[in-house]
Design a protein around this ligand. Structure first.
Ligand code: PEP
Length: 256
């Protein structure tokens, strides 16, 4: 299985700035067979960057998409419209769940819509600080997995990537604190067990699980060596060229 390094740019960078950043990134990043580098710029930059990117070096992801392919849904962007532009889509990010108000059912439909349009969904799951304090982490993880994968057929389960992002560890959340690698290990073990209980051992073994939350060059190696972690999803560190390229280099080293 490849190691995934995913950068979520959120609302940072204009289209021009995104293009300049990508230009610099392409110069610094070699082709690495074992490491899949993925960047998720804002929606407006996807089309121009899809012409600029070297897909042997890295791939594009959408930060979101709509669950219907066509119709009267003013202002939305469908996965059908992004087909061919992006290889991946981040779905169910905590900012979409808790700021925009997306619910589990909608997130499940988006996962299915991405797959239908040949885009690999990166389904984000993770508990909030208060859910963790109330001992609800396992229930939240199980519920978000089950609902996120609800509309995915058995044969398509192999096309999904999970990102475990405890909300309390995301750097933009007030009072965020990095997760201890042991906590990540425990959560990832639980995710694989929940997947195994619901879908069977083979699905559980083969589904890539990424970790995200305040990842930086100093802790990336520790998270990447947590058993069962197949990559990293990051916000802040993906915006700083030297940090992002250092993390890619660490991933390469960990894999060799
Ligand atoms: C994120 O937004 O998904 C994220 C993990 O952000 P950060 O790396 O900045 O904590």
């Amino acid at each position: 299985m490849k190691t995934y390094i995913v950068g979520n740019w959120k609302l940072n960078f204009t289209v021009g700035e995104a293009s300049i950043y990508l230009h610099k990134l392409l110069k610094k990043v070699p082709i690495i067979r074992e490491v899949e580098v993925v960047i998720a710029p804002g929606a407006l930059a996807l089309q121009p960057l899809s012409l600029q990117i070297d897909r042997h070096k890295m791939k594009l992801a959408a930060q979101n998409g709509f669950y219907r392919d066509y119709g009267a849904y003013t202002g939305e962007v469908s996965f059908n419209q992004m087909r061919g532009l992006v290889d991946y889509a981040i779905i169910g990010h905590s900012e979409r769940r808790y700021i925009i108000g997306e619910d589990d059912k909608m997130i499940g439909k988006k996962v299915a819509a991405a797959i239908r349009n040949k885009i690999t969904p990166i389904l984000c799951i993770g508990e909030t600080e208060s859910e963790r304090a109330f001992g609800e982490t396992a229930d939240i993880i199980r519920d978000q997995l089950a609902s996120g994968l609800m509309d995915v057929s058995e044969e398509d389960l192999g096309k999904v990537i999970i990102a475990y992002e405890p909300v309390w560890a995301i750097s933009s959340v007030k009072g965020a604190k990095p997760a201890a690698p042991d906590d990540v290990a425990e959560a990832v073990k639980f995710i694989r067990k929940a997947l195994s209980d619901i879908y069977g051992a083979k699905v559980a073994e083969n589904m890539p699980i990424l970790f995200g939350g305040s990842v930086n060059p100093s802790n990336a190696g520790a998270y990447l060596t947590v058993p069962g972690v197949n990559g990293l999803l990051m916000g802040g560190s993906s915006l700083i060229l030297s940090e992002f390229t250092d993390i890619i280099e660490i991933a390469k080293r960990v894999r060799s």
